[in-house]
Design a protein around this ligand. Structure first.
Ligand code: NAD
Length: 428
């Protein structure tokens, strides 16, 4: 999970320390928020299909619940680390605060590789994780969700175990459930659409019509596909998209200067987001090197695949015509590249704002579950648009007023909201 030498918790703390300086926070507040509020580390004994018992290590970190119940995913990964979970829980606190939803930050994990576990072993692992934590999580304290290598089925097993232990029906305990079993309509679209709601607002501020713009996307999974769908619907022209090729073990970019056709590409894409390059060639696409998505002469770049993609080596390849970078992925830009983007005066919509549509919709799922009343998809997406637009505008206004880089403005707003909650509660 953590690349050698890189500790995400150190990065998260360094980012916090920087903003603490800008906000001139006192020592007590800094101490409170640069550390996780609460965390749990535990063993999960699982009876394997062959009758043996295997013990897995599980974690849950609750960074802050000053603004509401902690919220954040559960990851299954063989190289999961406590510090990764801690950092991610801190980032969740800021993400929920920047979109102003009444939730704090949490994250959980189990060191395991689900590829090597049968479905029944995975079910027992999910139930074991909940049994260890049932008293410390729940709809009014900490609400988990799917993340790396966990899915709606895992969430439902976890919910079922929680309800058995708690003796009642609590669908608001966990989000990311299947639609029809407490899941929310619109969750599939939420992150990609959220990215484009913020891009649309940025274009409005620049007095540019979406139909006069072109964009290039990295990744062709959930976030990218729905971002392309909405961007195209608004009139924009997506000309390039890249993805990872499982067979060749490298990335390729697919380009059509007069605009890619989403449905056409979806028809030749597998469930992992890999586009079939032979079929794409037959459809008239140019097949380019994986990094080509970033070198296109476009107005908008949307990295929506992996972390650290715009870095010291690649940032100088960005065309001078690029006006907006909307970070769909988490952490796609390195610190070094961030400085260059700032100097080039490209309008950056930072990850924890741009991709917050997902957690915002999870919050809507929780609200619907807690009231046991489910909204039509249009209502979910309209509410999502309202939230994302308001969040974008607040960050953009602060950025202009105080001449702050957009990423710094977003952090200032988010951290200040959490600080105010701590102060109002009398904690600091
Ligand atoms: P996904 O698994 O659905 O799709 C990932 C895509 O990236 C695939 O098309 C894959 O081929 C491509 N990819 C992988 N390596 C690549 C490379 N080297 N070059 C080009 N493409 C590559 O994932 P997703 O859900 O779309 O998530 C994408 C990013 O957005 C991740 O950083 C994730 O953490 C972040 N994110 C997702 C959500 C969500 O709701 N899905 C919410 C917030 C943040």
């Amino acid at each position: 999970m953590t690349t050698k030498g890189y500790n995400p918790y150190e990065t998260a703390r360094a980012q916090f320390d920087q903003v603490a300086e800008i906000l001139n926070l006192d020592e007590g507040t800094r101490e409170l928020l640069r550390n996780t509020q609460r965390e749990y580390h535990f063993n999960i004994p699982v009876r394997m299909d062959d009758g043996s018992v295997k013990v897995f290590r599980g974690f849950r970190s609750q960074h802050s619940d000053a603004r509401g119940p902690s919220k954040g995913g559960i990851r299954f990964h063989p190289e999961e680390t406590v510090d990764t979970v801690r950092a991610l829980s801190m980032w969740m606190t800021w993400k929920c605060a920047v979109v102003d939803i009444p939730l704090g930050g949490g994250k959980g994990g189990i060191i395991c590789d689900p590829h090597n576990l049968s479905a029944t072993e995975q079910e027992r692992l999910c139930r074991g994780w909940v049994r260890q934590l049932a008293k410390n999580v729940g709809p009014v304290s900490d609400v988990p969700a799917p993340d790396v290598m966990t899915n709606p089925q895992h969430m439902l097993w976890m919910l079922d175990e929680y309800e058995v232990v708690s003796g009642g029906k609590y669908p608001g305990f966990i989000t990311g459930k299947p639609v029809g079993m407490g899941g929310s309509l619109g969750r599939t679209e939420a992150t990609g659409y959220g990215v484009i709601y913020t891009v649309r607002e940025a274009l409005k501020e620049m007095n540019i019509k979406p139909e006069d713009t072109k964009a290039s996307f990295q990744g062709f999974g959930n976030v990218s596909q729905y971002a392309i769908q909405l961007y195209t619907k608004l009139g924009g022209k997506a000309i390039c998209v890249s993805c990872w090729d499982q067979t060749d073990k490298k990335a390729y970019a697919f380009k059509k200067s007069d605009g890619i056709c989403l449905d056409e590409l979806l028809g030749i894409t597998d469930k992992f987001g890999t586009i079939n390059k032979d079929k794409a060639k037959d459809l008239g696409y140019e097949i380019l090197d994986g990094n080509a998505w970033l070198e296109q002469d476009v107005d908008i770049l949307v990295p929506a695949a992996l972390e650290n993609q715009i870095n010291g080596d690649t940032v100088h390849k960005i065309s001078s015509n690029v006006k907006i970078i909307a970070e769909g992925a988490n952490g796609p830009t390195s610190l070094e590249a961030d400085k260059v983007i700032k100097e080039k005066n490209i309008h950056l919509i930072p990850d924890f704002l741009a991709n917050a549509g997902g957690v915002t919709c999870s919050y809507f799922e929780q609200v619907q579950c807690n009231t046991n009343y489910f909204w039509p998809k249009e209502e979910v997406l309209t509410k999502l648009d309202t939230k994302m637009t308001a969040a974008y505008k607040a960050v953009s206004e602060l950025s202009k007023d105080k001449s702050l880089y957009m990423r710094d403005a977003a952090y200032v707003i988010a951290i200040d909201r959490v600080v105010q909650a701590c102060k109002l509660r009398g904690w600091v």
